[in-house]
Write a protein that binds this ligand. Structure first.
Ligand code: T3D
Length: 266
C-alpha cells in the first residue's frame, strides 16, 4: 500500500481512492505504480466482485502531475527528462489496459474535476457516476498534447466523432450534468449522494453474474470493429462458454423456482 492510494473493502466491493488531495490527485510515477498495484491485487483476489475508483478531496484526478521532473519539457539542458512517450508506455498504458481487463465490473465515482489522463482513466470504467459539481476536461490541447490514456479510442465511442473532436480540441470544462446528457457518463447524482450511490451500485453489480458482465465489456468494445456476422459468432462463443458455467444454471433454476439467485462465478 501507499499513502497516495487508499484501498478499502466492504463486502465484495473493493474501493480504490486516489489520495493526494492537495495536488488534486494529480499522478506521480509512484502513484501510478501504486494504483496499478492496487488493481493487480483486486484482480487476483476472489473476494472482490466489483471495484469502485474515486478521489479524495475536491478533485477526482487532475491527470499527470505537471510538477514531476520526469515530464518537464525539453529545454536543451533537460532533453533527457522529456520522453513523454516512455511515461505513457510505462505507466499509463498498463493502467488503462488493466482497468479495461479487470475480471470484475468497474465503477468510477467522479467526485470532482477529472482532467487530462484523470478524465480518461475515469471514463475507462464500465459505469461512470459523477457528482453534480464534478467536471471533465480533455486538458491536453492546452499544453500541446493529444488525448492519451485511451482518450482517442474512448471519446468517439462514447459520444461520436463530432463531440469527441469538440471535447478534445477545445478542452472546455464539461459539467457532470452535460456529460450525462451527451452520453459521456452513465449518471450524474447530487454531490452528497455520490459515495452512497456508487457503493450501492457496486454492491448490486457484485451480486450479479460477474463473469457475464465482464464478458460483455470485451464483446461490446470489440464489436465496434467487427462485422455483424463476426459479432454474432463472438456472441455465440460467449453464450457457449457461459452456458456451461455455474451462474447460468443458477440463474435459470432461480427463475424457475421464483427465488433469488446466488451468483458465484468470476
Ligand atoms: O506529461 C506526460 O507525461 C504525458 C502524460 C499526460 C497525461 C496528462 O494527464 S496531460 C494533462 C495534465 N493535466 C492538466 O493539464 C490539468 C492541469 N490542471 C488544470 O487544468 C486545473 O488545475 C484543473 C482544471 C484540474 C482544476 O482547476 P481549479 O481552478 O479547480 O484548480 P487550480 O487552482 O488550477 O489547481 C489547484 C492546485 O493544484 C494548483 O496549485 P497551487 O497554485 O494551489 O499551488 C495547481 O497548480 C495544482 N494542480 C492542478 N493540476 C495539476 C496541479 N499540479 C500539478 N499537476 C497537475 N496536473
Amino acid at each position: 500500500a501507499s499513502a497516495s492510494i487508499r484501498v478499502a473493502q466492504q463486502g465484495a466491493v473493493r474501493t480504490i481512492t486516489l489520495n493526494r488531495p492537495a495536488a488534486l490527485n494529480s499522478l506521480t510515477r509512484e502513484m501510478l505504480a501504486a494504483w496499478l498495484d492496487a488493481l493487480e491485487q483486486a484482480a487476483a483476489d476472489p473476494a472482490v466482485r466489483a471495484l469502485v475508483i474515486t478521489g479524495a478531496g475536491r478533485a477526482f484526478c487532475a491527470g499527470q502531475d505537471l510538477a514531476d521532473p520526469a515530464v518537464a519539457p525539453a529545454d536543451g539542458a533537460n532533453v533527457a527528462h522529456a520522453d513523454l512517450g516512455r511515461v505513457i508506455e510505462d505507466s499509463y498504458r498498463p493502467l488503462v489496459l488493466r482497468l479495461r481487463s479487470m475480471p470484475v465490473p468497474v465503477v468510477a465515482a467522479v467526485n470532482g474535476v477529472a482532467a487530462g489522463a484523470g478524465a480518461n482513466l475515469a471514463l475507462a470504467a464500465d459505469i461512470v457516476l459523477a457528482a453534480e459539481s464534478a467536471s471533465f476536461i480533455q486538458a491536453f490541447s492546452k499544453i500541446g498534447l493529444v488525448p492519451d490514456s485511451g482518450g482517442t479510442w474512448l471519446l468517439p465511442r462514447l459520444v461520436g466523432r463530432a463531440r469527441a473532436f469538440g471535447l478534445a480540441m477545445l478542452a472546455e470544462k464539461l459539467g457532470a450534468r452535460e456529460a450525462e446528457s451527451i452520453g459521456l457518463i452513465w449518471k450524474c447524482v447530487p454531490d452528497a449522494a455520490l459515495a452512497r450511490e456508487a457503493e450501492t451500485l457496486a454492491q448490486r453489480l457484485a451480486a450479479m453474474p460477474v463473469r457475464a458482465l465482464v464478458a460483455m465489456r470485451g464483446a461490446i468494445d470489440d464489436a465496434a470493429h467487427l462485422t455483424l456476422d463476426a459479432a454474432l459468432m463472438r456472441e455465440a462463443a460467449l453464450q457457449r462458454a457461459l452456458g456451461h458455467a455455474h451462474d447460468y444454471l443458477e440463474g435459470v433454476d432461480a427463475f424457475r423456482r421464483k427465488r433469488a439467485p446466488i451468483f458465484t462465478d468470476r
